[in-house]
Ligand binder design. Structure first.
Ligand SMILES: [Zn+2]
Length: 183
């Protein structure tokens, strides 16, 4: 069975010093790096939150979040330790439309305009390992959309960061009940 690893939002906006610094985020990056080093034959697809400065999810526009991961800033960049594994055609941007919140990376697009789901199909992927930040939002929504699209989905617990630890702990059994494997 063809496998793929999807790395969600391991970018500076969600790491210490970022506008939405998440718990366990540096640990998630370190664990993800080890995962990628140990599985060089599995394609790694990266998702990046990538907002215009007037995005609807920002407080100034009535959204729930402070400004974060604005396109062209350091906040939107993948952690340096993961850059050796990043390929442009396997990097997908979400939240680019000012009027649309997009927690899920499923419809994220690469610079060639292909969506994550299209590229996973092209790769012949059947099994997807989802890692990243944050469990309760972008990891959850990405994993759920992949499951709905027919992929076998495993979320790797050691490679997750969270907005709220309790929220993270509550989310994992909910995902398991939906049919997502937690490992
Ligand atoms: Zn965002």
């Amino acid at each position: 069975m063809e496998k793929a690893i999807v790395v969600v939002d391991e970018i500076y906006g969600f790491l210490p010093g970022g506008a939405l610094a998440c718990g366990h985020s540096l640990e998630a990056v370190a664990a993800t790096k080890a995962l990628l080093e140990n599985n060089p034959s599995i394609p790694a697809l990266f998702i990046c939150d990538h907002h215009p400065a007037n995005h609807c999810s920002f407080a100034a526009q009535g959204g729930p979040w402070p400004p974060h991961c604005v396109a062209g800033t350091r906040e939107g960049e993948i952690h340096d330790d993961l850059l050796p594994f990043v390929q442009e055609e396997l990097t997908f941007y979400k939240g680019c439309d000012p009027a649309v919140e997009q927690y899920s990376g499923f419809e994220g697009r690469n610079t060639a305009g292909q969506s994550l789901s299209e590229v996973l199909q092209l790769l012949g992927t059947e099994v997807v390992y989802v890692v990243g930040i944050a469990t309760e939002y972008c990891v959850r929504n990405t994993a759920e959309d992949l499951l709905k699209a027919g992929f076998k989905v495993t979320v790797l617990e050691d490679c997750l960061g969270w907005v709220d630890r309790e929220g993270h702990k509550k989310t994992l059994p909910e995902l398991a009940r939906e049919g997502i494997r937690i490992k």
